[in-house]
Write a protein that binds this ligand. Sequence first.
Ligand SMILES: C[S@@+](CC[C@H](N)C(=O)[O-])C[C@H]1O[C@@H](n2cnc3c(N)ncnc32)[C@H](O)[C@@H]1O
Length: 294
Amino acid sequence: MQNKISNSIIKGDTLEELKQFPNNFIDMGVTSPPYNKGEKNNGWLVKNVLYDKICDKKDETIYQDDQIKVLDELYRITKDGGSFFYNHKIRWNKGKLIHPIEWLKKTKWCIRQEIIWDRAIAGNIRGWRFWQVEERIYWLYKAIDNNFIGEELKSKHSLLTSIWRFSPEKNSLHPAPFPLQLPIRCIYSVMDDKKNGIIIDPYCGSGTTLVASKMFGYSYIGIDISQNYIDIAKNRIENYKNEIKIFDEEKNKHIVKKTFKERKEKGIYNHHDKNRRQELKNNNKINNNENFLF
Ligand SMILES: C[S@@+](CC[C@H](N)C(=O)[O-])C[C@H]1O[C@@H](n2cnc3c(N)ncnc32)[C@H](O)[C@@H]1O
């Protein structure tokens, strides 16, 4: 079964397809599900994001129950110690805030981190609240033997902060893709230099996660309900080298300027410690341009 579905994109309903997968065989996943934005009477922005095959409007309770079922299936098929990155956003319904944590807390996953994705978009000139420029990315973790802390990130990844700043994808045939940097960052941070792995995107759309997996040399599995989007994804995967510049740029952000050993040797522990910094400068242990952010 595993060999059959590796490096494939399955056309179908996410939950129904996931139910047919075996247990514990996926290393990690990244996705952005439909957000249940509503599609009528909701302003110009929502009208611009219309999917090919589905209407993004469900009763909110049904929507959340469905997402819990999908996330629990993903938990079942993921190996112990595996991760899943779930991109979503805060929404409002008739003035009341709906936070993704509401349903994520009801899944089997351990919520390891909430990352803010600052989409770096321009402000608006009117609105009922401050212009929402951010989305969220939840790093979900499947613990090994109830150890919810898990493995430490390598320094080169952990130096990136919990706020990720990159613009939304603009050049796409899909109405709501995420930028390629997003899955590249997730995959590189948890897989690091692992030789093999299987990565899933259960709502793969234009295949952004699958393209990122291909760039690292990992196997991928995608699911989407729209043949049109699957065709776009297949074409992107085939031509992944056209987007390789983004891969190189993102990987270059995961660099440690000094190792812990080097810092220890110089006695540099904390970049906020101004007195210590001055003392080191006075003793010519560091120069003026020394970067204290590791
Ligand atoms: C936010 S988009 C994902 C975009 C993707 N991250 C990308 O970069 O192109 C959500 C996708 O979920 C698909 N979708 C929605 N409901 C689905 C369902 N029940 N089963 C399978 N796919 C579904 C839509 O066709 C859409 O492509």
